[in-house]
Design a protein around this ligand. Sequence first.
Ligand code: BGC
Ligand code: CA
Length: 449
Amino acid sequence: MRLIKKVTAVSMASCMALSLAACGSSASETTAAATEAATEAAGDSAEAAEDTTEAAKEAASGEVANKDKPLVWFNRQPSNSSTGELDMAALSFNDNTYYVGFDANQGAELQGTMVRDYIEANIDTIDRNGDGIIGYVLAIGDIGHNDSIARTRGVRRALGTGVEANGEIDSTPVGTNTDGSATIVQDGTLEVNGQTYTVRELASQEMKNSAGATWDAATAGNAINTWSASFGDSIDIVVSNNDGMGMSMFNAWSKDNQVPTFGYDANSDAVAAIAEGYGGTISQHADVQAYLTLRVLRNALDGVDIDTGIGTADEAGNVLSDDVYVYNADQRSYYALNVAVTADNYQDFTDSTVTYAPVSNQLDAAEHPEKSVWLNIYNAADNFLSSTYQPLLQKYDDLLNLKVDYIGGDGQTESNITNRLGNPSQYDAFAINMVKTDNAASYTALLSQ
Ligand code: BGC
Ligand code: CA
């Protein structure tokens, strides 16, 4: 709307400069039109008049209202934490609002399949106590987080231990289930070389610490110590919703006991641990996500097609191919695709902070002048976000000429972060990583003031 107004103003001004005749209308015609326009304008509602004044002020100062500035949600998709339903009000807050994450279902299926493939390939040695049951324990990140829910379901689906509740595999933590009597999960069966094996989820729990932080690595380390002390011989596999918790369990117990441990994220330390017996992990292509997070802001600030440097090459040659991301227009969401990282290919993933080569070309600062961005990491102590995602963002912000203020949250309360969004007018764009996926309104309310 502002753009159209500006164009009109410019063409009117040039008409006046060129003389009225040159603009293709006689003086009397112009006067009549002007009178009509004035009458119409006077008849407009008070509200519209106010709008115009505000817009005029904005145009005059070159300032954009905070509610109209580019906004990207990342890593935690605005959604209902009980039902998973997307919060479309937050996702379409303004015309330049997007989400950047990864394909949780595709990744979850990969993780489940990776674990099952491992069991099948090692079937002769996997059952450590020889009781005919392949037992695993599962570290759950956050029971109200879509990604965590998807991963729990993916593992249970692949191993046959899932139980359907309302058409979906139940993702509730089981607590302990060493005797197989739980109803939240069931014993699965795997056919390998014509023989049938039982698979049991011996235990699972949400790794939340007493202060309320989820995906908590230290809590996972304590859990494996407790579990192994009472039924260590029956644990044949350790699975985790992420590498932070997975590595904590690996270091606390499974490495010494040579029990394959599987995580998610492909953080550098987890990939390195594959050489020492860590079973495998999933790369959620953080190198592509971090790029997309800042790229959509850059494009919106430049006023160019949102696909620039994404599906369509920009002038520096940055472009992504469709085997690394998908865009869902209805959900206003970009999803990076996942890749399994195992003993077969881990050498290609040793540094999780390297930018993705096809989108690592520097933008010209004259064409894309520096803009300032407010960005928060919901939990400064989160392994994935602090050791993989943020270092990547810090490389891409240079390439995209964005000056980013990184705010690190405590992982527990939204106010710890929103308190530090005191002056949104100081920034050109915002990138938000919520503590709880239900809480988008606490941020949009600040931008709407
Ligand atoms: C990552 C986890 C991380 C979480 C934070 C997930 O996508 O896999 O490691 O803790 O995001 O929101
Ligand atoms: Ca066993």
